[in-house]
Ligand binder design. Structure first.
Ligand code: NAD
Ligand code: WQD
Length: 333
């Protein structure tokens, strides 16, 4: 299949591109590089030993999308382009609604005009808000506590309304938990253009000596060691989830599933695993809780397994090892 991959130069998108190419699909990347660089394209090509098409553009530019869809005879879309910082979303709500919701509407209109009806969407576990029970299944109530989460939930609603209005639309909504790690080659990984906010890139930065210490946000949660628990999922497992989803759309139809491992690890457990695989000491201090954080979040992954036949396979050590391979390689550039 020819697959339009919006945001394909980003962290998750570049790993999805590899998985699609290795399977035999033809991804066409569409990205404005607001949080990525074009260098990643050559690295994807090096890993898979194939060329890949990449077009620079903004998803809010509908005529540009129509042109790309027509010229490349696109069969389906995997839509990852978007803004993803929780804190920034609360400061710049208009930007987040414009790109995440407005950009998706522009994409859907371009698809409508060109007759493309299958789309896989990057949603997030953040749509659930504070957990009422664990593990979180897909029936758990949604109640986002930040603008970013609102944009994801509103986009899901648009997709649901659209498929209810016309059965030819088929959507796969993938609610990711905490994506981490990198391709095992160490050639691509998470490379945010600003300062990272997420735990594993910060730990990597401390291990590489770029930062003095990790600040652990809260040591007084009611968890096994007092630190926050999350469901970290390897980015290559996540990438396989997109392949399963796009293939399921073609064979069966719409779905909404969690993508996580179903296992929760504390901040201290992640630090311990990272120290072990990197042979580096990660100095840390325990600070007050970060506003908006919750004690524990992890997924019930049974639906993804029963519908898509998808299950995460890589453990915490593999997540840390590939993150470290990528980080070590980056510091050599
Ligand atoms: P990323 O920032 O690395 O990738 C997003 C890509 O989209 C970037 O390459 C960026 O340049 C591009 N982009 C942004 N705005 C654009 C626009 N207007 N037009 C075209 N391209 C644009 O982020 P990621 O971690 O790879 O996340 C991919 C998707 O997954 C996002 O939609 C994000 O909200 C979602 N998601 C991410 C996480 C996570 O923790 N990384 C968790 C849940 C969901
Ligand atoms: C993980 C744990 C922190 C940094 C966010 C988004 C979510 C999704 C994934 C996009 C928590 C602790 C972190 C640090 C720390 N993204 N931590 N010190 O908050 O679970 O989820 O990213 O959709 O929507 O909300 O991920 O990596 O920021 O935090 O102690 O410097 O690490 O408190 O317990 P989070 P995270």
């Amino acid at each position: 299949m020819n697959i339009l991959l919006t945001g394909g130069a980003g962290y998750i998108g570049s790993h999805v591109a590899i998985t699609l190419l290795e399977y035999g699909h033809r991804p066409v990347i569409f990205d404005n590089f607001v949080n990525s660089t074009s260098n990643v394209i050559a690295r994807i090509e090096l890993i898979v030993n194939k060329t890949i098409d990449c077009i620079e553009g903004d998803i809010r530019d509908m005529p540009a999308l129509i042109k790309v869809i027509k010229e490349n005879k696109i069969d389906a879309v995997i839509h990852l382009a978007g803004l993803k910082s929780v804190s920034e979303s609360n400061e710049k709500p208009l930007d987040y609604f414009s790109v995440n919701v407005g950009g998706t509407i522009s994409l859907l209109q371009a698809m409508k005009k060109t007759g493309v009806r299958h789309l896989v969407f990057s949603s997030s576990a953040t749509v659930y808000g504070e957990p009422r029970y664990l593990p979180i299944d897909e029936s758990h109530p949604t109640n986002p506590t930040n603008v970013y989460g609102e944009t994801k939930l509103q986009t899901e609603l648009i997709l649901r309304n659209l498929s209810e209005s016309d059965a030819s639309w088929k959507f796969g909504c993938l609610r990711y938990f905490n994506p981490v790690g990198a391709h095992h080659s160490g050639l691509i990984g998470e490379a945010p253009l600003g300062r990272p906010n997420n735990l594993m890139p910060i730990i990597a930065s401390v291990a590489a000596g770029e930062r003095g210490e990790l600040k652990i946000f809260g040591g007084d949660y009611g968890t096994k060691d007092g630190t926050g628990i999350r469901d970290y999922v390897h980015v290559m497992d996540l990438a396989r989830g997109h392949l399963a989803s796009i293939n399921y759309l073609a064979k069966v139809g719409s779905h909404l599933v969690n993508l996580g491992t179903g296992m929760g690890y504390s901040v201290l457990e992640v630090v311990g695993a990272y120290q072990q695989i990197s042979c580096k000491t990660i100095p840390y201090s325990v600070e007050k809780r970060r506003s908006g954080d919750v004690a524990a979040v992890y997924a019930n992954t049974k639906l993804a397994e029963s519908l898509l036949g998808w299950r995460a396979t890589q453990n915490l050590y593999e997540m840390c090892a590939t993150s470290w391979a990528w980080k070590s390689q980056q510091s050599k550039i």
